[in-house]
Design a protein around this ligand. Structure first.
Ligand code: IVH
Length: 707
């Protein structure tokens, strides 16, 4: 899922005369939409994607094609209609003064030459068919694999930083950016414009990425998949901001959207200005005259790629002359004067040592190729997903085969093909290469595997399967669900294996002494976990619904359900038809939710969560839509919480929201009050700078009691 996919797409023209989908097609579209939403959540909310870009694109493409064929399937809220990084985190959002565009991609030399021909044509006015058009000068820059960002400078001072967001509106992450050393607080030298918009990429250098992941593994937290996700996640930290992690980020500048000094008429000159102002600009930049030189540069950069300190995934070529850029102009999505020439996926050869079966949260049994470890794209790879049984059969693999694997832009590697020449030779030499056995049983609990009609996935049907329980518990603890800090993968394994947790709700029955008895568990960590669990007991309805691990219920569906029913009781009492009637929830999701809630053991689980102290705080704004709209004391007011407060932040947030207010993560001009506890940090400084009123706890209590 690259930046490129995230733009809002124009509505597609409705060419065919309304052909109606049958039930199967309708169901497939529902399923795809739900899957895409789930993966969007994993990507944007949790920075933990499960799919490669290519796999994600396949899902999207299938849905786009279905909707093209049957326009009736195209729901207003279909993910095909609202692509984009949903501002998820509680940061305030702000519009970009001009859209942050994406780039068109070229994958092959031919596509690059075609781009150059288009450019030449657009630039040559009279003699478009001239046999000897002038070579165009392109600036070649590494395509940095990070997170796009816009920095606003007023009178040379850093004012505001926005993530790219959906290209039109971004998240205001100024407070976090203020910690990054490579973002100058003041522009260094030269003519400083009154207003400048500097654009570039936040990247996490590979060395820092390795270090960060090592530290995460030691703290029992899930490591980041790649530097891009780690950078995006670090940038958008809100609670308990890890400064070391933030400070390891690097900003590299590549564009000046506004504030170009007089006389600066070329992209290459802009890069020099940015460097003079104190920004890091990638050193591997060259002016290439003509497409031949551009392609040669790209090949050289590819050779250099593995030695660079940051991850790059191609070369960006921009017409050097800004006046010529203007002649070409931009389309809604991307400029016509630039292109990203992507690197081919990195491939390597290794030996297939076996096939393991992984058990997913919903019991999905996924075959995974166990590989002889091999370096590809800067990382050592020892397994590759084979997705499902059909895929395994299609690839026709044998244990012991020599295979080609690839890693494209992300770290989840794929098996490309078998070296049949090697297989033939091995067979001729008398080696036996066995076909992998089909998946008939769950490798963990040995229950018979089932595969439903029309489904590609084989599943373990045992809901008490320890592997599923582990995955569900990890999911319950994740950031988008109950956010239990310190409950990482290793601890989950220990809890399930020691049978301290045999069903999800057990996690709230844990006692300090039990935790402290676990191997490698220090008293302090046990206490911290108890404190995290205590915090997690106060939650919201959407978070609880996500935590339950109901199939197809990610953040979007959970919000829809919570908005509609207002309370857990309301949802539990709902007839399945009522769930299916909610806009944005189709029959597949409705059935999945209905079936989950009908199940007596699930009902008992929900009741037990509540018995064990889980409290769902219902913000007033979430009551059913027909609730009378009384004016609220904090209506229209925006708050930022900072420092150590006497109650958990979640509780303050719920109280403020229940009184009509809004809580965001960072201080901006739109903030009305900053509520500061002890050790408040930089938010108070920012508030003072922006003239935002600062309250202590007594102050906010006074506002709240003005009901
Ligand atoms: S120029 C209008 N230059 O790639 C021009 N973008 O796939 C748009 N990117 O959103 C940006 N390295 O986040 C530009 N040297 C570079 C880049 C670069 C990485 C990112 C950027 C953009 C995305 C498009």
């Amino acid at each position: 899922m690259l930046e490129d996919g995230k733009d809002t797409l124009p509505a597609r023209p409705n060419k065919t005369k309304a052909k109606m989908p049958n039930a199967k097609q309708r169901a497939r579209a529902e399923e795809l939409a739900a899957e895409i939403r789930r993966h969007d959540d994993l990507y944007y909310q949790n920075d933990a994607p499960e799919l490669t870009d290519a796999q994600y694109d396949l899902l999207r493409r299938e849905l786009v094609e279905l909707e093209d064929q049957f326009p009736a399937l195209q729901a207003k809220d279909s993910p095909t209609q609202q692509v984009g990084a949903v501002p998820a985190s509680g940061f305030a959002t702000a519009p970009h003064r001009s859209p942050m565009l994406s780039l068109d991609n070229a994958m092959t030399e031919d596509e690059m030459r075609a781009f150059d021909v288009r450019v030449q044509k657009a630039l040559s006015t009279e003699n478009a068919a001239s046999s000897n058009p002038e070579d165009v000068a392109y600036v070649a820059e590494p395509k940095l694999d990070g997170s796009g960002i816009e920095l606003i400078y007023e009178n040379g001072r850093f004012k505001q930083g926005l993530t790219r967001g959906d290209g039109r509106t971004g998240e205001d992450v100024t407070v976090n950016l203020e910690q990054i050393a490579s973002i100058p607080q003041k522009l260094a030298t030269g003519a400083r414009p009154k207003f400048a918009s500097v654009r570039g990429e936040i990247v996490l250098p590979l060395a820092a990425f390795e270090e960060l992941n090592q530290a995460r593994i030691e703290r029992d937290q899930r490591p980041f998949e790649n530097p891009r996700n780690a950078a995006a996640g670090s940038l958008r930290q809100i609670h308990d901001v890890d400064l070391i992690r933030l400070r390891s980020l690097e900003f590299r500048a590549y564009a000046l959207e506004e504030g170009r000094p007089n006389g600066c008429t070329k992209q290459s000159e802009i890069l020099n200005v940015l460097r003079d102002w104190g920004f890091i600009v990638s050193p591997e930049i060259e002016i290439c005259r003509g497409i031949g030189k551009a392609i040669a540069f790209h090949e050289r950069l590819l050779q250099l790629r593995g030695k660079l300190p940051v991850e790059i995934d191609g070369t960006v070529f921009k017409i050097d002359d800004v006046a010529k850029q203007d002649t070409l102009g931009s389309l809604a999505r991307a400029p016509r004067w630039a292109i990203a020439f992507k690197f081919p996926p990195e491939q390597a050869e290794t030996v297939l040592e076996g096939i393991d079966i992984q058990v997913g949260r919903t019991g999905a049994l996924t075959p995974v190729a166990r590989l002889r470890p091999v370096r590809v794209g800067g990382v050592t790879v020892s397994n590759a997903s084979l997705h499902n049984q059909d895929e395994l059969e299609r690839k026709d693999l044998r244990i012991g085969d020599r295979i080609v694997i690839q890693r494209a832009g992300d770290v989840i590697p794929q098996v490309v093909r078998v070296r049949l020449d090697f297989r033939r030779k091995a067979l001729a030499e008398g080696f036996r290469l066995e076909r992998p056995a089909p998946t008939t049983h769950c490798p963990i609990c040995s229950t018979r595997a089932v595969r439903l009609e029309g489904e590609a996935i084989t599943r373990c049907a045992n809901l008490d399967c320890p592997a599923q329980l582990k995955n569900n518990l990890r999911h319950l603890a994740s950031r988008g669900a109950l956010d239990v800090d310190g409950l990482g993968a290793k601890l989950v394994d220990q809890l399930v294996e020691a049978k301290l947790v045999t069903r999800l709700s057990d996690v709230f029955a844990l006692e300090l002494a039990q935790l402290a008895d676990l191997e490698r568990m220090a008293q302090k960590s046990a206490q911290n976990l108890m404190a995290s669990l205590e915090r997690a007991r106060q939650t919201t309805l959407p978070r609880f619904l996500i935590a339950l691990g109901i199939r197809h219920v990610g953040a979007t569906v959970a919000e829809l359900l919570a908005d509609h029913f207002g309370s857990l009781e309301g949802l539990l009492a709902a007839k399945p038809t009522k769930i299916a009637a909610i806009e944005g929830i189709g029959p597949i999701i409705a059935e999945s939710v209905g079936r989950f809630l009908e199940d007596a053991s699930n009902q008992a689980e929900i009741a037990r969560f509540e018995e064990l102290g889980l409290v769902i705080v219902v913000p007033e704004s979430r009551t059913p839509s027909d609730a009378s709209k009384r004016p609220q004391p904090l209506d229209g007011l925006t708050f930022v919480l900072t420092g150590t407060l006497s109650r958990p932040r979640g509780e303050w947030k719920s109280l403020i929201e229940a009184a009509g207010g809004k809580v965001t993560g960072s201080v901006s001009r739109k903030t009305n009050y900053v509520v500061a506890g002890s050790d408040p940090g930089s938010k108070v400084t920012t508030a003072a700078k922006l003239d935002v009123e600062i309250l202590d706890e007594a102050g906010i209590e006074a506002l709240l009691s003005a009901r």
